[in-house]
Design a binder for this molecule. Structure first.
Ligand SMILES: *Cc1c(COP(=O)(O)O)cnc(C)c1O
Length: 393
């Protein structure tokens, strides 16, 4: 699909074939099905003897362009797009696991992924164990004869813990397990887990890939034999991406590199400004020297990512007061947007967890998560500074 070797050029120049209208930008193919030239072509397409689109639940030019491009950027053989990130997480596991199987997962996983492990999979006899991202020794001990997959997220949401992908790749290989990495926070621009042996790389495209808070989307890319099984599962269970969203996401990938550069630059400046601030207990950012896995982050990530977390002094009430005093930053349950977003996990996204469960995944009462947007960084910092001052009173 692309003869170019550099990320930015691949992201911009890999396009689907032009239509007879010779358009420059790929059109939106809003069609539920595709016509057959004759009965023989219909037969051949259904028999997989000929490649081509049949029905949008199976494939569509916009979704194909998006996923083929993502495969190039992640360095993977094949992939499928899905309606949301959670459809990707679910299908990447449900398609390959069966009753009796066990998944070893990092404890710091996205909230809905946690619900799949704890509320949905048990109904089908699929079990899991959680291992601590900061304690590599306990991982191998938790692998048993039924373990089939390792699932992890790095950097993790919202604690920004980093797991060693090279080490994890070797562990999965040693035990012949499928390694499935949720690469949502890093995007392929910052980190390509397949290089370290991940067999599947899963994404919420809703976040940095869209980058402007418009669409839902997800993707699973990875080894061709696994994608074949997942494709079968998805085609017949139906979590297909809308072609309109596929079009948006493919266009958005054209600017992923330039946007990520700015997200990361802004995040680093915010983190550097806030570190040591008298109203804060702690500032966490993978590319700050004070991050416990700073060296590892530098080794496996190109830049530190778009998320920064900090702990305001004064716990849960101060955290809420801080949010209420922000003027520009958005209070919303998304991340990876052009607009900077502030979230207080203890009173919102993770409020249903017990104090102990929150502590286990690094969510302290005053923890605030900032998704650095693309505004002028001085305006972002000024808003945070003003809200810190106002909430101290
Ligand atoms: C948002 C998110 C998801 C879920 O994606 P949706 O597109 O919201 O379904 C999964 N993993 C991580 C790390 C996320 O941030």
């Amino acid at each position: 699909m692309s003869d170019y070797k550099h990320f930015e050029t691949q992201a911009i120049r890999s396009q689907s074939e032009k239509s007879p209208f010779r358009e420059h930008s790929t059109p939106i193919y809003m069609t539920s099905s595709f016509t057959f030239e004759d009965a023989e072509q219909a037969r051949a397409l259904f028999a997989d003897e000929q490649e081509g689109n049949i029905y949008t639940r199976f494939s569509n030019p916009n979704n194909n362009e998006f996923i083929n491009k993502l495969c190039l950027l992640e360095g993977t053989e094949d992939g499928i797009s899905t309606a949301s990130g959670m459809a990707a997480m679910f299908c990447s596991m449900a398609a390959l696991l069966q009753s009796g199987d066990h998944v070893l997962a990092s404890r710091s996983v996205f909230g809905s992924t946690h619900q799949i492990f704890t509320q949905i999979f048990p109904k089908w006899g699929i079990t899991h164990s959680y291992a601590d991202i900061n304690n590599p020794d306990e991982w191998e001990a938790k692998i048993n004869k039924n373990t089939k997959m390792i699932f992890a997220e790095t950097p993790s949401n919202p604690a920004l813990d980093i797991i060693d992908l090279e080490w994890l790749g070797k562990l999965a290989k040693k035990h012949n397990l499928i390694l499935n990495i949720d690469n949502c926070f890093a995007t392929p621009y910052l980190q390509q887990p397949a290089k370290f042996g991940a067999n599947l790389v899963t994404h919420s495209a809703t976040k940095f890939m869209d980058g402007q808070g418009r669409t839902m989307g997800g993707a699973i890319v990875g080894d061709a034999d696994l994608i074949k099984e997942i494709r079968f599962f998805a085609r017949h269970s139906g979590p297909a991406m809308s072609p309109f969203n596929g079009w948006i996401l493919s266009k958005s990938l054209e600017t992923l590199a330039i946007r990520m550069d700015r997200h990361c630059e802004n995040a680093l400046k915010i983190a550097e400004y806030l570190e040591g601030h008298k109203e804060l207990e702690l500032v966490k950012y993978p590319f700050l020297k004070s991050h416990p896995k700073h060296e590892l982050a530098k080794k496996q990530m190109k830049l530190g990512g778009g998320l920064v977390t900090f702990e305001v002094k004064g716990g849960i009430d101060r955290g809420r007061k801080f949010l209420n005093n922000l003027k520009m930053l958005s209070l919303t349950a998304n991340l990876g947007d052009s607009r900077t977003i502030a979230t207080h996990p203890a009173s919102t996204t993770h409020s249903k967890l017990t104090d102990e469960e929150r502590a286990n995944v690094g969510i302290t009462p005053g923890l605030v998560r900032i998704s650095a947007g693309l505004e002028n960084v001085n305006d972002i910092i000024e808003d945070i500074e003003n809200a810190l001052t106002a909430s101290a009173q």
